[in-house]
Design a protein around this ligand. Structure first.
Ligand code: ADP
Ligand code: MG
Length: 337
C-alpha cells in the first residue's frame, strides 16, 4: 500500500478530462496480503447523481473510498475520476474531488471560517476569491451566521456540515463521503441528506456516499451493493427492489430444521418457487403474495408459526443476491477466517 502525500496540489488549472464519467471503476481489485477486500469491481457514476455504496461492515467500502481519494493504490485494475487515473495521476484527481472522511478533520478550536480559509490555501485559493467562496459554501450549508464561531461550539450536525463545506471549498466536480451520517441523530441525518441533494442540484456535482444503512441507501439515485468486496447489485433503489418478482412472502417455522423441512415441502408442492431459508424463516418471491400465503398455510397446517407479506426491501435484494442476511455477514466472515 502506497500512502501518498496528504496535501493536494493547487487547483491552478483544471485540465480537460478525457472521459465523461465522474467516476469509473474498471476491474478494480485490492488485496491486503491474502485477503481480497475488493474483487474486480466495474461500474460508473454519472454526472450530478448521488451514488451510494451500500454494504455491511467489512464489505470494502472504506477500501474503495481510500483508493478513489488517492490515499491508497489498488493492487489491480483502475479507478478514474473524470478520466484521470487515481493511482497514476493523483494530483489531477485531487483537484477534482472533495473528500469528507468518517472521522472529524476540522480543527475544533478554530472558527468555522478559519478552517475553511486554511483549507482554501491548501488548494491555492486566496484573497477576495477565497473569501467569496467561503461565504458561498457557508451559505449552501446554512452556516453563514456561524462563520466566526469556534467549531467546538456547534452541534454535531453543524460540525458535519462544516466538513461538507470544507470538502466543497475548491469547487470539486466529485464529492466523496465515507459513512457521513455516523454519529448523527435522525434530524441531523435528514438535514445532511437535504444538503447533499442541494449540492447535487445547485453545484451539479456527483456525490459518492458509502453507507451500511438501508434507509440511507434509499435516498441515493443509484446504488452499488457490495458483499465481501464483490458487486452484487447495481441500479436505483427502485430498480433493485423491482428485480425481485412481486411480493416477499415470509413464513416463520418452529426452528431452523423445521424451516428446511417446510421449504422442501413448499418446493415439492408449488414447483415454480425457489424458497430461500434463513434461520427459521422461509422466504419466497411471488406475484400476488397474499393469495399464495393462504394456499401455503392451508396446505401445511400446524407447520407455520407466523407469516408476512411485504414489498421487497433492499435487504431482500441483498439476501436474494448473496443468500445471506446483511447483518450476519461480518460474523460469517469472521467465522470463516
Ligand atoms: P468497510 O468499510 O465496508 O467496513 P473495509 O474496506 O474497511 O470495509 O474492509 C474490507 C476488508 O478489508 C475487511 O475484511 C477488513 O478487515 C480488511 N481490511 C481493511 N483494512 C485493512 C488493512 N489495513 N489491513 C488488512 N486488512 C484490512
Ligand atoms: Mg468503512
Amino acid at each position: 500500500m502506497a500512502v501518498l502525500s496528504e496535501h493536494p496540489a493547487p487547483a491552478s488549472s483544471h485540465p480537460q478530462a478525457t472521459s465523461p464519467h465522474p467516476i469509473e471503476l474498471d476491474q478494480l481489485s485490492h488485496n491486503y496480503g491474502t485477503r481480497q477486500a475488493l474483487d474486480h469491481l466495474s461500474f460508473t457514476v454519472r454526472p450530478a447523481e448521488i451514488f451510494g455504496l451500500l454494504g455491511p461492515n467489512g464489505s470494502g467500502k472504506t477500501t474503495l473510498f481510500r483508493i478513489l481519494s488517492t490515499l491508497m493504490v489498488p493492487t489491480g485494475g483502475h479507478s478514474r475520476i473524470l478520466g484521470f487515473d487515481a493511482a497514476t495521476e493523483p494530483n489531477r484527481v485531487r483537484q477534482q474531488i472533495g473528500i469528507v472522511f468518517q472521522a472529524r478533520s476540522v480543527d475544533i478550536k478554530l472558527t468555522v471560517q478559519e478552517n475553511l480559509v486554511h483549507q482554501g490555501h491548501l488548494y491555492g485559493l486566496s484573497g477576495s476569491k477565497l473569501k467569496a467562496r467561503v461565504r458561498e459554501v457557508l451559505g449552501r450549508v446554512a452556516l453563514a451566521d456561524r462563520a466566526n464561531d469556534a467549531v467546538e461550539t456547534l452541534s454535531g450536525g453543524m460540525q458535519r456540515r462544516v466538513e461538507l463545506a470544507k470538502g466543497m471549498i475548491h469547487s470539486p466536480s466529485v464529492l466523496l463521503l465515507d459513512e457521513p451520517s455516523t454519529g448523527l441523530d435522525p434530524g441531523a441525518r435528514r438535514d445532511l441528506w437535504q444538503y447533499l441533494r442541494m449540492l447535487r442540484d445547485e453545484e451539479g456535482i456527483s456525490i459518492l456516499v458509502t453507507t451500511h444503512l438501508m434507509e440511507e441507501a434509499e435516498h441515493c439515485d443509484r446504488l452499488a451493493i457490495l458483499s465481501t468486496g464483490k458487486l452484487v447489485g447495481l441500479g436505483s433503489p427502485l430498480e433493485l427492489k423491482s428485480s425481485i418478482g412481486g411480493d416477499m412472502v415470509i413464513f416463520e417455522a418452529k426452528n431452523d430444521d423445521a424451516a428446511q423441512e417446510l421449504s422442501l415441502r413448499i418446493r415439492q408442492r408449488f414447483r415454480d418457487t425457489g424458497p430461500s431459508v434463513i434461520g427459521s424463516t422461509v422466504r419466497i418471491e411471488r406475484q400476488q403474495g397474499h393469495r399464495f400465503l393462504t394456499e401455503v398455510v392451508e396446505a401445511f397446517p400446524g407447520q407455520i408459526e407466523g407469516v408476512s407479506v411485504s414489498k421487497p426491501s433492499l435487504e431482500d435484494v441483498f439476501i436474494q443476491r448473496t443468500g445471506h442476511r446483511f447483518w450476519t455477514e461480518t460474523q460469517t466472515t469472521e467465522e470463516g477466517k
